[in-house]
Design a protein around this ligand. Structure first.
Ligand code: NAP
Length: 469
């Protein structure tokens, strides 16, 4: 007799692709099911787990990184195995995963950035904020980049929390950053930074800013930093005024912004200037391929048919000299080989977390998605919890209808065998703990939470017991 999937006789085999918050909350939701017998393998591109908690959360926000303790507990659960340093689509294919597991959950986040589509966007000195974030966090793909911080002014485009993070890191006292796990290369560069002013540009008004109040409040507490806002930028149109009555975050933001605008002592050595209702329309070339200024246009707000307030240029321009431009206009997911992708929303094609066939929007049996790859790059770490729970509910509802893979295919040893046969130097949770201990020990010596190893080759050397160079 065939037993139902998820029973003691026939445990459910699940692969989770991506070891960031969304992937962990999917694992947690599965493990918490009182009557479900499940075994989970988590695959991750980099040897280390945690995704944006390690690579995205700012180094001066260590308390947020404490959430990794919850993820470690999940990795220690005997029902969970970790396969780091395994890239979906390259090291293992979708077909191979579908042959080995009853269900797969894509939890790959958003690896790229949105574009502004303006002339000069790709000049030297203009970067997606996501890359700058990766750089200071020691992300292996960006750790070796060299940011020229020799100019006096940087411009950050966008008023979300990433914009707030990169602006804060640019003006924060390097001695304070030295006590964090910021990458050594970035710390050294920031110590010699000549940047005295960071201008943050919001295309809409202050009531539409995407940053949250705690992050905005932190600006005002930075040592040696003026926060400057023109009070005229805070004058609200009637629609924005109305919106404040129902949007508590926007109302609190306005309170903080008004407090900054009222400050008159601007004598500190570094300045954060926040501007609203302005859009960059061109990055201006210094004639040798680098950015020397940003042409900005003033905007007004206009309601669209759905009643949303959008920005529209009014033909008044200004040139703002700057040698570093960080475009912080949002992350963007990239397609996974063989997995349906919606090129308009930049998400894996899904309905309520079930991956669907692009031709008939019917669910593809056994394929699911969570997190930013499912809903787009929004929300804080905790937002991924209910998001993952919803997908797991769909998985559990579907389980009885799935055929599942054969007894032979679902043998956990097959996964190791496949990876070994392909010559993939995969990393287990115990392996990661070796690297983790190495980094934290180096950190203890230097009075820091950890000193990150920033190249995959070095990580593997540490893990395999060879001394990192
Ligand atoms: P975000 O919150 O979506 O903000 C993007 C910003 O870019 C918005 O101000 C948006 O303005 C602006 N923008 C988009 N296209 C633009 C264009 N063409 N020109 C000018 N401005 C443009 O994205 P994010 O800052 O990347 O953050 C991603 C998510 O991570 C957010 O949910 C955020 O809260 C979260 N996060 C949280 C923390 C934290 O909790 N400390 C830290 C970092 C990130 P419009 O509103 O006009 O579109």
């Amino acid at each position: 007799m065939e037993h139902a999937l998820g029973t003691v006789e026939r445990p459910l085999r699940v692969a989770i692709i991506g070891a960031g918050p969304a992937g962990f909350y999917a694992a947690e939701a599965l493990l918490k099911q009182p009557t479900l017998t499940v075994s989970i393998d988590i695959f991750n591109h980099f040897p280390y787990p945690y995704g944006l908690v390690r690579d995205g959360v700012a180094p001066d926000h260590q308390s947020i990184k404490a959430v990794t303790r919850v993820y470690d507990k999940l990795l220690q659960d005997p029902r969970v195995r970790y396969f780091g340093n395994v890239t979906f689509g390259a090291d293992v294919t979708r077909d191979e995963i579908l042959r080995l597991y009853d269900q797969v959950v894509y939890a790959v986040g958003a690896q790229s950035d949105r574009h502004m589509d303006i002339p000069g966007e790709d000049l030297d000195g203009s970067f997606p904020a996501t890359i700058f974030v990766g750089w200071y966090n020691g992300h292996p793909d960006y750790a070796d980049l060299d940011f020229d911080l020799s100019g006096e002014r940087a411009v950050v485009v966008g008023v979300g929390n990433v914009a707030v993070d990169v602006a804060r890191i640019l003006v924060r006292d390097p001695d304070e950053l030295a006590a964090t796990d910021i990458s050594d290369v970035a710390l050294e560069r920031l110590r010699h930074s000549q940047i005295r002013e960071v201008v943050i540009l919001g295309r809409r008004g202050p009531a539409q800013a995407a940053f949250t109040s705690q992050e905005l409040k932190e600006f005002g507490e930075l040592k040696g930093v003026n926060v400057v806002i023109d009070p005229a930028d805070l004058e609200l149109d009637p629609d924005s005024q109305e919106a404040l009555a129902i949007d508590k975050v926007a109302a609190r933001n306005m309170e903080l912004l008004r407090g900054y605008a009222a400050r008159t002592d601007h004598s500190r050595p570094r300045t954060l200037r926040i501007r609203f209702l302005v859009s960059p329309v061109e990055l201006i070339d210094d004639h040798v391929g680098s950015v020397k200024a940003v042409r900005i246009e003033r905007n007004r707000l206009e309601k669209n048919r759905q009643g949303k307030l959008l920005s529209r240029g009014i033909g008044e321009y200004e040139v703002l000299p700057a040698t570093l431009v960080l475009r912080s206009v949002g992350y963007r997911s990239v397609p996974l080989k063989g997995v349906p992708f919606d090129q308009t929303t930049y998400t894996i094609m899904n309905i309520g977390g079930r991956v669907v066939d692009p031709h008939d929007t019917e669910p593809l049996p056994g394929e699911y998605v969570v997190g930013w790859a499912k809903r787009g790059p929004n929300g804080i770490i905790g937002t991924n919890k209910p998001d993952a729970v919803a997908t797991v509910q769909a998985m559990l509802a579907d389980a009885p209808t799935l055929l599942g893979v054969s007894a032979e295919s679902r043998d956990p040893a097959r996964v190791d065998a496949l990876l070994r046969a392909k010559g993939i130097d995969y990393v287990s949770f115990e392996d990661w703990q070796v690297l983790d201990r190495h980094e934290t020990e180096q950190g203890t010596k230097a009075g820091r939470p950890r000193v990150k190893v920033t190249s995959v080759a070095e990580m593997l050397k540490v893990i395999r017991g060879k001394k990192a160079t």
